[in-house]
Design a protein around this ligand. Structure first.
Ligand SMILES: [Fe+2]
Length: 378
């Protein structure tokens, strides 16, 4: 008999982030911050989080534990290196000893970026790549308010280079959050369109990490658990946004998805999605919804392809299920409906081929492959 593949490839894993999960756990922020020894805290939260009332709630919780709190809110979705550097300049004279990030991926990424500058100096460009921080970094707490990219589980910050517009990933093991507080109640206030797009991103992380060339028996634990939580939690959340159990499944699933990305990287769907977001202003999750089913088809169609691997997660027609979920989420079904002109596909494909994630796709991925995927998605 033929034994199934065991994937016992080597890895080096250390859990870096304490995870506190449960409805209402946000109230413990001050207590958790105090345990980390914080006294002068920088609160990084985007303006939407201030308006939603979460930033004032965080400040109350921290001040109740006798902490001084300084808020930084001057940044937008897809934060730029200049925004992070402004945050660094604002916080440098404040002698900060703890950073708290409350919000979506942009708040969390901005907090990580500011941490590089406060603890190691210089400019964001100095940290482009991985492992460039020589000195210890400040302890940080993440409180995600969207269930999506799982930034709270990852040691890299994704920014936009203000000078060139290029996507810049700055990572270091020391840039990991010390604690993540996952409170599903906070995610119920997300606008529906944001919950749909970020949820699809989480779904794609579960799936894409499960088949990458880098996956291990360990990353597989996170991918499987993420898939189980998200594949049913997503539909339930879309049907009833007040379903707190479904929100919890999404938030925890997104966290496991983030851990899976941290331990196995991503693949062709992310490589194809980034140029679409870059040129057509589509949300990251909306771009993924345009290509994920096609990537599953394309990866499965090679003779030694990932078809069997996908069937371990979902025994039915996976591309059909992915399209069904995208439709339920109100995300565009094809590139034409998303407003992408057919003539730009070759140029997008060239760009997709240069994306770092493509290297980890199970089936060798290049510009010709990206074009095939885009054409199937048109
Ligand atoms: Fe993603």
């Amino acid at each position: 008999m033929k034994y199934p593949e065991l994937y016992v490839t080597p890895f080096d894993f250390r859990p870096r982030t304490r995870v506190v999960f449960g409805a209402g756990e946000f109230a413990r922020l001050g207590e958790v911050a105090r345990e980390l020894g914080g006294t002068r805290c920088l609160l990084v939260a985007d303006p939407g989080i201030v308006n939603a009332g979460y930033a004032p709630e965080a400040i109350r919780s921290l001040k109740a534990r006798r902490m001084t709190v300084h808020g930084f809110h001057e940044f937008q979705p897809n934060p730029t290196s200049a925004m992070a550097e402004a945050g660094g300049a604002f916080a440098t004279p404040l002698d900060i000893d703890l950073i708290v990030a409350v919000g979506g991926g942009s708040s969390l990424d901005c907090a990580k970026a500011i941490n590089f500058l406060l603890s190691n100096g210089g400019r964001m460009r100095d940290y482009w790549g991985y492992g460039k921080a020589a000195r210890p970094m400040l302890p940080m707490i993440a409180v995600p308010t969207t269930a999506g990219g799982g930034s709270e589980a990852q040691s890299s910050a994704t920014l936009v280079d203000s000078e060139t517009g290029a996507r810049m990933s700055c990572g270091d093991g020391k840039a990991s959050f010390r604690v993540a507080i996952l409170d599903p109640k906070l995610t119920t206030s997300q606008p529906a369109a944001l919950a749909s797009a970020t949820g699809y991103d989480a779904l794609s992380h579960a799936l894409e990490t499960f088949v990458t060339a880098r996956h291990t028996a360990l990353s597989e634990c996170f991918s499987r658990s993420a898939w189980r939580l998200i594949s049913s939690g997503f539909e339930r959340m879309l049907r009833n946004p007040a379903d707190l159990e479904a929100r919890g499944a999404m938030l925890l699933g997104a966290h496991f998805g983030g851990l899976a990305v941290e331990n196995s990287n991503l693949g062709a769907a992310h490589a194809c999605a980034y140029p679409l977001s870059g040129h057509f202003g589509l949300a990251h999750g909306a771009s993924l919804a345009l290509v994920l089913a096609q990537v599953v088809d394309w990866n499965s169609s090679a003779s030694d392809g990932s078809g069997a691997r996908y069937r371990e997660l979902y025994p039915g027609d996976l591309p059909a299920r992915l399209r069904e979920l995208a439709e339920m989420a109100g995300l565009a079904a094809n590139l034409r409906d998303a407003g992408v002109p057919e003539g730009v596909l070759p140029r997008l494909a060239d760009e997709a081929a240069t994306q770092w994630f493509g290297k980890f796709n199970p089936r060798p991925f290049n510009a010709a492959a990206a074009l095939e995927i885009y054409q199937a998605a048109y």
